[in-house]
Design a protein around this ligand. Structure first.
Ligand code: AR6
Length: 189
């Protein structure tokens, strides 16, 4: 199931909210700053413990890492790093798509049944909102379709009504602005 919510992602009582982080993963501006403020200093401490894959990089662009949500209503924060937009010809669409795929995979691996995404890369990183939303919707729809098919196969194979390994997943696109929400409404209508 896909929903659009306009507002502040830090207020959502979902299993996981996604953070549009940077590679160092120790906070920043935009939604990252808002999430760190709302989660409290424990989130910074948890991020510090995420191992660096190389100096100054805890989460390479396109990948995702998970921490608890601490003082947030959300159980988990999934930190992902979107691409900095140049001209769309430097692998930005593929990297942005990977953010959505890897965040969704991490959420389901951790038993989440609801996840909320901000509009990754469309603030400080400058990705055009419409193009980014198209990628977000495509990746989420593909993921949910794939998951549904896998559940159907498991159902047939096990003879049960629903595979316990694949509970339904609710995906929320959380748009800070009404303009952002309108873009998603058009794409999903
Ligand atoms: N809830 C939901 N969406 C929000 C919120 C909020 N509280 N605050 C901002 N947005 P940005 P990026 C929207 O800049 O472009 C940080 O410094 C915002 O309107 O947060 O991926 C990181 O540390 C926009 O649509 O993330 C990185 O260095 C969207 O969230 C860098 O910025 C993303 O904007 C990442 O840049």
């Amino acid at each position: 199931m896909i929903k659009i919510v306009q507002g502040d992602i830090t207020t959502l009582a979902v299993d996981a909210i996604v953070n549009a982080a940077n590679q160092v993963m120790l906070g920043g501006g935009g939604v990252d700053g808002a999430i760190h403020r709302a989660a409290g200093p424990e989130l910074y401490e948890a991020c510090l413990k995420v191992p660096e894959v190389r100096p100054g990089v805890r989460c390479p662009t396109g990948e995702a890492r998970i921490t608890p949500g601490f003082r947030l209503p959300a159980k988990f924060v999934i930190h992902t790093v979107g691409p900095v937009y140049r001209d769309g010809q430097h692998g930005e669409p593929e990297k942005l798509a990977a953010c959505y795929r890897n965040s969704l995979a991490l959420a389901t691996e951790n038993g989440c049944t609801s996840i909320a995404f901000p509009c990754i890369s469309t603030g400080i990183y400058g990705y055009p909102k419409e193009a980014a939303a198209q990628i977000a919707v495509r990746e989420v729809e593909n993921f949910l379709t794939q998951r549904f098919r896998e559940a159907e196969v498991a159902e047939v194979e096990s003879g049960r009504a629903r595979s316990p390994s694949a509970p339904p997943l609710e995906v929320i696109f959380c748009c800070f602005s009404s303009h952002g929400a309108t873009i998603y409404e058009k794409l999903l209508s």
